[in-house]
Ligand binder design. Structure first.
Ligand code: ATP
Ligand code: MG
Length: 699
């Protein structure tokens, strides 16, 4: 409980006026402090052969397409949209937008009035008139040797059976369905089945710390009041078994106390983890998936929906506070995810694509399920942990399926890097062609390791900046089109106008640093925060009127490359120098013995703020006074004396969200010893890390 104002201070979006919060960070603009990280790296030029074969072969070709996308967005996007099937077309406006709070309620619409169905476009169209025998999904189980696959025709059958079942139990257009499944093929199947009948899915990531999951699941179920919850009894992840059904039971029990009754819990029997006889069961509410779904016909009529009908509701990772319920609609999202997937990864029909995200996150929505399948791609779905039974597993999977495009997160890259090159180099990885990264800024040293060791200096890296809110990739290299700078997300995607503004909202030109905003709308943009449009406007559109505000800091270099500097809430002000967290962390991680780093600002008598760095060391390296000094020296040399950490805190592990992002909000409290004010820790993947860190503080 506590003082209401203090409680508010925790969640950025809960402030009465986001603008006031921005004012607090008045000086948080990095302008002028030319931080060196990454800049000393020579740009990495794509091989001429790769460029020649790429969808976009040169900066000039990109510029031409980009120019058109900005000057004539309606023409640009409707041309792409005609590659999909629309039951009825848009007429005559492709989009209507008001993203300016000064001009009334913020509203965004794309292809309004047109009728389509994203499931039809992602599945049926790949069967009809194309190759229904092409593999849509390869499934790799947690245990090596356990696997499966579905062709597009088989996928369509499965989706239709589930869709028919859902209709049979009364789920219809606009109804919410909560999906709490691990990475089984049934997860994308469930999403597609909902989309087919116009139901709105809300997927909750399942493979996380159990105790807190029940609480989050309760919140989500209470929020969207689904008719049905789809789950499975248990899942093996690494060497652990997670009893998902128990978590659902708890959540449904809690919801019932608040008067929210879910009448049906469709439960998949995940035999590799648990037999049905061992599963707790509530007669009348619980139904075994395998007992009912296969009995339904494999043909199911499509529900044609408006382009602006809701497709799904999804919560953000919760790095900065309580997760926000982001609502995406159908038409624009479909066109945007398909197009970004195609260009950001230079997709070719022969590619085998693997993204390590969970479908419970936006990355899994846009770049496991919808984007790839809309392109008719073959997608690898992996149930287990990427380092089980050992840190070579990812490359084992790459070799097994001949994966050509591999999309992952910096947290995994850093952890595999920490485990050593041997686990990588013992596998061939010859099939790899394009690598991708998303979720956090990728430190230049991690970028180089990913590039040199994983990709054998052969594969371009798409460092994709985007958010749950943006629906799809916003700033990214197009592989082969231009030289890469390790750690830079480079240039905007088609139709995206990133602007860097100062604290007053003035657009900065040329080389600059400040708040990353987006001008105008793009098709994949979220339309509202579920049930709270006012919060949507306050959080994203009021801070800088006329723009969408991302919450992230960004620097643009002299060549126009974009460098994400971290969240603006995390910017540290040391004696007037504004320092983004990403820059100091990247300098620390460039030290050969440092695996991961997280820096936060703490109060400092002289400097205003001091830099407090949490560091995780490479496997087997002991922490010592010498190492402490050499870490500080590394930052001094790379950035400057003003950025040298005042305090190094050895951390065997860092608090992370379930999608693997470092939670600096909690680290800040630990650093300033405000241990009673840790705030909402329910989005942490492993809360025990916090106690461990507190125990290791040597104040
Ligand atoms: P919350 O909004 O609840 O705090 P979150 O922002 O972590 O959670 P997501 O939407 O999953 O939730 O993450 C988007 C954020 O991730 C971006 O705003 C940015 O801070 C970070 N991010 C994603 N990709 C990149 C990237 N390639 N480079 C730098 N930062 C990235
Ligand atoms: Mg966010």
């Amino acid at each position: 409980a506590g003082h209401p104002l203090r409680r508010r201070a925790d969640g950025m979006s809960q402030l009465p006026s986001a603008a006031r919060r921005i004012a607090h960070h008045l000086n948080a603009v990095v302008r002028g402090d030319s931080l060196a990280s990454g800049e000393s790296d020579p740009a990495v030029v794509p091989s001429p052969l790769f460029s020649q074969r790429a969808l976009v072969s040169s900066l000039d070709q990109y510029r031409e397409m980009y120019r058109r996308s900005i000057e004539d967005p309606a023409g640009f996007w409707s041309e792409i949209a005609t590659q999909f099937y629309w039951k009825e077309t848009w007429d005559p406006e492709v989009y209507a937008e008001n993203i300016d709070v000064r001009k009334g309620a913020v509203s965004i619409e794309w292809f309004k009035g047109a009728k389509t169905n994203i499931c039809y476009n992602a599945v049926d169209r790949n069967v009809e008139g194309r190759d229904g025998g092409k593999v849509a999904l390869y499934w790799e189980g947690n245990e090596p040797g356990l696997d499966g696959r579905l062709t597009y025709s088989e996928l369509l059958d499965r989706v239709c059976q589930l869709a028919n079942y859902l209709k049979h139990v009364g789920v219809g257009k606009g109804d919410a369905v909560v999906i709490y499944l691990p990475m089984l093929m049934e997860l994308p199947i469930a999403m597609l089945a909902c989309a087919r009948i116009g139901a709105v899915h809300s997927v909750m990531p399942a493979v996380v710390f159990a105790g807190f999951s029940a609480e989050s699941l309760t919140q989500r179920i209470a929020d969207c009041r689904p008719k049905v919850v789809l789950t499975c009894n248990a899942v093996q992840r690494g060497s652990k078994t997670i009893f998902l059904k128990d978590i659902v039971d708890t959540a449904l029990g809690e919801c019932a106390k608040d008067g929210v009754h879910v009448g049906l819990c469709l439960t998949y029997e995940n035999l590799s983890a648990m037999k049905r006889d061992d599963t707790k069961w509530q007669e009348g509410r619980d139904v075994w998936w395998q007992d009912v779904v296969p009995n339904f016909p494999t043909k199911c009529e499509v529900e044609w929906v408006d382009a602006e009908d809701p497709l799904f509701l999804l919560y953000t990772s919760g790095s900065t506070g309580k997760p926000k319920g982001v609502l995406h609609t159908t038409g624009g999202y479909m066109v945007y995810t398909a197009t970004t997937f195609k260009y950001a990864f230079d997709y070719k029909p022969t590619d085998i694509y693997w993204c390590t995200a969970d479908c419970g996150w936006i990355t899994g929505h846009s770049y496991i399920t919808y984007g790839p399948l809309l392109n008719g791609a073959t997608v690898v779905v992996y149930e287990g942990a990427p380092n089980y039974p050992d840190p070579g597993r990812s490359w084992d999977i790459v070799d097994k399926y001949k994966v050509t495009i591999f999309y992952t997160a910096p947290t995994l890259i850093r952890s595999l890097m920490r485990d050593g090159d041997d686990y990588v180099t013992r596998y061939s990885r010859k099939s790899l062609r394009v690598l991708g990264s998303v979720g956090e800024p990728i430190n230049p040293s991690a970028w180089r390791w990913f590039f040199n060791v994983v990709g054998d200096s052969r594969c371009p890296i798409s460092d994709t900046w985007w958010q749950t809110e943006t629906g799809g990739i916003m700033i990214t290299p197009l592989p082969g089109a231009w030289p890469q700078k390790p750690g830079s997300a480079t240039f905007p995607f088609f139709g995206v106008q990133p602007v860097i503004v100062d604290e007053k909202g003035n657009e900065l030109e040329g080389e600059c640093s400040g708040y990353l905003c987006i001008k105008k709308s793009w098709p994949g943009a979220f339309r509202t925060l579920y049930g709270d449009h006012e919060r949507y406007e306050t959080t994203y559109f009021k801070p800088f009127a006329g723009y969408y505000f991302s919450g992230d800091g960004c620097r643009r270099d002299k060549d126009g490359y974009h460098w994400l500097t971290g969240r603006v809430d995390d910017v540290i002000n040391v004696s007037g120098h504004r320092i983004g967290t990403a820059e100091v962390e990247s300098a620390l991680v460039s030290h050969a013995q440092c695996a991961e780093a997280a820096v936060v600002g703490v109060e400092h008598e002289v400097k205003g703020q001091g830099i407090y760095a949490f560091v995780t060391l490479v496997e087997g390296v002991p922490y010592s006074e010498e190492l402490r000094k050499s870490l500080i020296l590394t930052v001094r040399n790379q950035i400057g004396a003003f950025a040298a950490p005042d305090k190094i805190h050895w951390a065997p592990g860092l608090p992370k969200t379930r999608s693997g992002k470092i939670m600096r909000r909690i680290l800040r409290k630990i650093a300033s010893r405000q241990l009673n004010e840790l705030g909402d820790t329910s989005t942490l993947s492993d809360p025990t890390v916090v106690d461990q860190l507190i125990a290791l503080s040597d104040h």
